[in-house]
Design a protein around this ligand. Structure first.
Ligand SMILES: Cc1cc2nc3c(=O)[nH]c(=O)nc-3n(C[C@H](O)[C@H](O)[C@H](O)COP(=O)(O)OP(=O)(O)OC[C@H]3O[C@@H](n4cnc5c(N)ncnc54)[C@H](O)[C@@H]3O)c2cc1C
Length: 404
């Protein structure tokens, strides 16, 4: 059998898996259901644990062309605007060997797609993966292309088909993700359209009661990405169409969204309400999820490896979902380097064992961050005192940003 790997899904995890496989001398083919790769999404932050991998893949220069390099991360009170603590990001590269960056998700996806193509990965759009069939010797994917189902055979399959992964559903039968009770409202605004006092090249997290706002520069600093994350309920109609709302670009009426935002951010300080008012074209994203990973079986089933949100969807409160997808791809590449088509299942097990506990820890920490960011009453008081006293040391995360 040949050194072929088939990848379901052409998002961040799928493209990263393609690059990793190609670097390990496997021929990778990506099947993406969307007809075209659109400029979708808002911003993502990438810590040094992730940019270190991108640099090792030779993507440091491409990253520098589209990313912003914030100098500080400020934790602020949503009601007073006061800075409670600041983590300097200036010496991140010196401390962890790679920078902390913020960028548009489409730019990250674009540079990964280009790198995958250059590495020889075959990429098919308008190709919907339907089912996987395994035998001890090989694995096959049924893919709907040009109105026909075609079967493709390989030594390995990577399921990188996102949080609503049909392949996970088939292999693990552990139910669909559920609504977490948190909704993200996202907007992008050109810094040039903002008054001077609202422009920023730093990351700010404004923490309120049951809601917080994150802002940071993207597109080399030209735009500001603003996300409000609030606890809330969905309308009955929305709750029944959760997957349709998870398109990165879902939209409600402007008036409806502004009313919800206004409610979520009641009591916010003037600079923050000014910033929110300056943003137009809000998109929303009901955050869905699963429990924390329970074992290696959630990463690998026979000749199929699950990567990214298909394996471990997480709340964005540690800003590591895309990061863990890229770490997954890098760890998979390590095992593929020593793999043959025959011993691939054993190598995949090693990949799963190397990854699942770290992913579970990041998932759990993201949930915990949500509780801290949205704290009320005495817990909020304790949080603010802790941040004022210990600030940067609470926000720096050597276990995450340092070597794995
Ligand atoms: C508000 C918000 C903010 C975030 N901020 C950050 C951040 O700052 N830092 C960070 O690291 N992460 C962040 N994340 C998380 C990050 O965006 C995700 O973890 C990441 O995009 C997951 O990538 P993925 O490739 O696993 O899944 P996806 O991006 O969902 O990609 C899955 C792909 O598979 C395709 N697909 C699905 N089914 C099929 C099928 N049957 N056949 C073929 N193709 C299929 C889909 O079309 C899609 O292209 C954030 C998420 C949200 C919601």
């Amino acid at each position: 059998m040949n050194r072929n790997v088939l990848i379901a899904g052409g998002g961040i995890a799928g493209m990263a898996a393609g690059i990793g496989a190609a670097r390990a001398n496997w021929q990778a083919t990506v099947f993406e259901r969307s007809p075209e790769f659109l400029e979708i999404g808002a911003g993502v932050q990438l810590g040094p644990n992730v940019t270190r991998i991108l640099q090792a893949w030779g993507l440091g220069d491409a990253l520098a062309q589209v990313a912003a390099f914030p100098q500080s991360l400020h934790a602020r009170s949503l009601t007073t605007g006061q800075v409670l603590a600041t983590l300097s990001l200036q010496n991140t590269a010196a401390r962890y060997g790679a920078p902390y960056v913020t960028l548009h998700r489409a730019d990250l996806h674009g540079l990964l797609t280009q790198a995958a193509r250059e590495a020889g990965v075959h990429i098919h759009s308008d190709a919907r993966v339907q089912r996987v069939h395994q035998s001890p010797e090989a694995v096959a994917l049924d893919v709907m292309q040009h109105s026909q189902v075609q079967s493709h055979t390989a030594a390995l399959v990577v399921a990188a088909d996102g949080i609503w992964s049909p392949l996970r559903q088939q292999l693990l039968e552990d139910g669909w993700p559920t609504f977490t009770g948190h909704i993200a409202y996202r907007a992008l605004v050109a810094q040039a359209d903002l008054p001077q006092h609202l422009r920023s090249q730093d990351v700010s997290v404004w923490m309120g009661a049951q809601a917080h706002v994150v802002s940071y520069p993207v597109r080399g600093g030209d735009d500001l990405n603003v996300v409000c994350l609030a606890e809330g309920r969905l309308l009955d109609d929305e709750a029944h169409h959760l997957e349709a709302l998870q398109t990165w670009n879902a939209k409600k009426s402007e008036a409806g969204t502004l009313t919800e935002l206004h409610h979520a951010l009641r009591g916010a300080c003037a600079p923050l309400t000014d910033l929110m008012s300056a943003c137009r074209d809000w998109r929303l994203w009901p955050l869905c999820g699963r429990g924390v990973m329970q074992g290696a079986h959630e990463h690998v089933q026979g000749r199929v490896a699950l990567l990214g949100d298909a394996a471990h969807p997480m709340l964005p409160y540690l800003a590591q979902g895309a990061g863990m997808a890229i770490e997954d791809a890098d760890a998979l590449a390590v095992q593929l380097l020593g793999a043959t088509p025959e011993n691939a299942p054993k190598q995949l097990q090693l990949f799963a064992l190397a990854r699942w506990q770290r992913n579970a820890r990041v998932q759990a920490r993201a949930v915990r961050n949500g509780k801290i960011f949205h704290a009320t009453g005495p817990m909020r008081l304790g949080r603010d005192i802790g941040l004022r006293l210990m600030g940067a040391s609470l926000m720096d995360l050597p276990w995450l940003y340092g070597s794995k």
